[in-house]
Design a protein around this ligand. Structure first.
Ligand code: GLN
Length: 254
């Protein structure tokens, strides 16, 4: 019998959502809800803390840091604040292997820079990526990528979702992507790479209901954040979630 640590109720996932009021254009709240519910259903504790403009970030106080998508205007505002009040905390979080997950605009801000119209917005540089808003159509549509995550059962697996970004992201020479594009545009519409990952710091353009559509990934994040392997999480009745995943895959054509 596997020892289902998750049923013991002795652990708590502490999540910090960065700028939940500004960086949340694509249902980012749904991603946090999935984490909350899947912890609750297993008797795991869950604490959600919001960190807004002007608030310092304690990199030791949470196991998972989440930053969602935003419009360029809000992103600019958050970028300045991120550098001023949260960069050291995020660096500390990454050093101690907490999960740092950036989605779309949040992903761009985890990189070195986001350039648009002659302006360069500086990011925190946790991922070796640079994003440029080219004078070209936005990359919009359903997307599916193949990812290999250590410890994920059945790896490689598929993440399916939706993307909508004007920025094109280039990976540094040694930067690992999160996955390989099966359908859709990914980082730049041409390289075949999607997202970026360095240890537990992850960026992706799959936004909105990323976790509702891919609960296996939510579980991987929960397990990883708690320092246990995913198969030690108690299984859940995921019939509805599996259908949701299948329909997201169908929408992307895989
Ligand atoms: N503003 C960024 C872009 O268009 C990110 C958009 C988003 O978060 N959906 O590239």
């Amino acid at each position: 019998m596997p020892d289902h640590a998750a049923t013991a109720g002795s652990r708590t996932l502490r999540v910090c959502a960065l700028y939940p009021d500004l960086m949340n254009i694509y249902a980012d709240r749904g991603n946090l809800l999935v984490l909350e519910r899947r912890c609750a259903w297993r008797g795991l504790g869950f604490e959600l803390h919001a960190s807004g403009l002007g608030e310092r970030l304690d990199g030791d106080a949470h196991e998972l840091f989440y930053i969602g998508g935003g419009q360029d205007r809000d992103q600019r505002l958050c970028a300045q604040d991120l550098l001023a009040t949260k960069r050291a905390g995020l660096q500390r979080a990454a050093e101690r292997d907490a999960i740092v997950l950036g989605v779309c605009g949040g992903y761009q801000l985890l990189g070195h820079s986001y350039s648009l119209g002659g302006e360069e917005i500086e990011g925190v540089g946790l991922l070796d990526v640079r994003t440029v808003r080219e004078d070209a159509p936005r990359l919009i549509g359903n997307v599916a990528i193949e990812v290999s995550l250590d410890g994920a059962q059945g790896s490689p697996r598929v993440l399916a979702g939706f993307e909508n970004h004007g920025g094109r992201t280039a990976l540094g020479e040694h930067q690992q992507p999160l996955g390989r594009v099966l359908r859709g545009e990914g980082n730049d519409g041409r390289s075949g790479a999607e997202g970026a990952r360095t240890a537990n710091t992850i960026g992706t353009y799959l936004h909105g209901p990323l976790l509702p559509k891919n609960v296996w990934f939510a579980d991987w994040l929960i397990a990883r954040a708690l320092g246990i392997s995913p198969e030690r999480l108690a299984p859940l009745d995921d019939r509805l979630e599996r259908d949701t995943h299948a329909s997201a895959r169908r929408a992307a054509g895989v």
